[in-house]
Design a protein around this ligand. Structure first.
Ligand code: 13P
Length: 252
C-alpha cells in the first residue's frame, strides 16, 4: 500500500501564501511513489482544490460536523466540505479533543457523517505524556480506537502522541513500531479483515531529518505533518523520504 504523506496546516496560511504553497506542491508531487494530501483551513478549500485539480495532491478538511445540515452556527457539514473539493477530513485531532472537548462518541458520529458524504476520514488517536509515563498508552489508544471507529470503518488512522505534537520530540523508533503494531492488532480485532490493509500514519514532530527512519518502520503507512507541512521544501523532503522507502522495498 502506498504511504500517505498528509499536511495539516491547522489555523495557518491565508489566501496568498496558501495558494503559493499549493502551487509549489502541485509542481513537485508528480511521479512520487506516495500519496500526498494537504488539509488547509476551510476558507481555502475551494480555491486550493481548483489550484490542485488534475494534480496528484489531494485536499482535505480539518474537521466536520456530525449532522448534514441544521442550526449549528459556525460549523461546516461533511457534504459542504465535499462541495468545496475535499476528499479527506481529519477527525478527532488532539487539538480538537482539547479545545472543543470532543469525545470519542462525537468523533464516532463525525466519522459516520464523513463516510456518508463520501469523504475519507483520518481519525487521530494518541496518549498524553502523563499517560505514557504511567505506561497506559496502549490502554488509552485502544479505547480511543474502539470508541471512535464504527465497526464498518473505512479510512485512515493517525497515531499522534499528544506530547510529540509541535514539541520537536518523537517517541523512539521502537516505541513507534510497538504502537503501530498494537494499533494494527486492535484494528483487526475491531474491524476484521478490513483492519489489515488500513493505513496507520505517524504524526508528531515529523521533519525532514527523522522522516526516513520513521517512514521505514513496520506498520507505518505515512505521516501526518503539522509545522513542517507549512514549508514546501520540508514537506517535499518528507514526501521524498517516503518515496525512497517505497522504491527500496517494492519488487523490481
Ligand atoms: P507537528 O508536525 O507540528 O508536530 O504537528 C503534528 C500534528 O498535529 C499533525 O496533525
Amino acid at each position: 500500500m502506498r504511504q500517505l504523506i498528509a499536511g495539516n496546516w491547522k489555523m495557518n496560511m491565508r489566501l496568498e501564501d496558501g495558494a503559493a504553497l499549493a502551487a509549489k506542491l502541485r509542481r513537485a508531487a508528480d511521479g512520487l511513489a506516495c500519496d500526498v494530501l494537504i488539509c488547509p483551513p476551510a476558507t481555502l478549500l475551494l480555491t486550493l482544490s481548483a489550484t490542485l485539480i488534475g494534480s496528484p495532491v489531494a485536499i482535505g478538511a480539518q474537521d466536520c460536523h456530525a449532522k448534514p445540515s441544521g442550526a449549528h452556527t459556525g460549523d461546516l457539514s461533511a457534504p459542504q466540505i465535499r462541495d468545496a473539493g475535499a476528499t479527506y477530513v481529519i477527525l478527532g485531532h488532539s487539538e480538537r479533543r482539547a479545545d472543543h472537548a470532543e469525545s470519542d462518541a462525537v468523533v464516532h458520529a463525525k466519522v459516520q457523517a464523513a463516510v456518508a458524504a463520501g469523504l475519507t476520514p483520518i481519525v487521530c488517536v494518541g496518549e498524553t505524556e502523563a499517560q505514557r509515563l504511567a505506561g497506559a498508552q496502549n490502554e488509552v489508544v485502544g479505547a480511543q480506537l474502539t470508541a471512535s471507529l464504527p465497526p464498518d470503518f473505512q479510512g485512515v488512522v493517525a497515531y499522534e502522541p499528544v506530547w510529540a505534537i509541535g514539541t520537536g520530540r518523537t517517541p523512539s523508533e521502537a516505541d513507534v513500531a510497538a504502537m503501530h503494531g498494537f494499533i494494527r492488532q486492535t484494528l483487526v480485532s475491531h474491524l476484521g479483515a478490513a483492519g489489515q490493509g488500513m493505513r496507520i500514519l505517524y504524526g508528531g514532530s515529523v521533519k525532514p531529518s527523522n522522516a526516513a527512519s520513521l517512514m521505514a518502520l513496520p506498520e507505518v503507512g505515512g505521516a501526518l505533518i503539522g509545522g513542517a507541512s507549512l514549508v514546501a521544501e520540508d514537506f517535499l523532503a518528507i514526501a521524498h523520504a517516503s518515496d525512497a522507502v517505497a522504491r527500496a522495498t517494492s519488487p523490481r
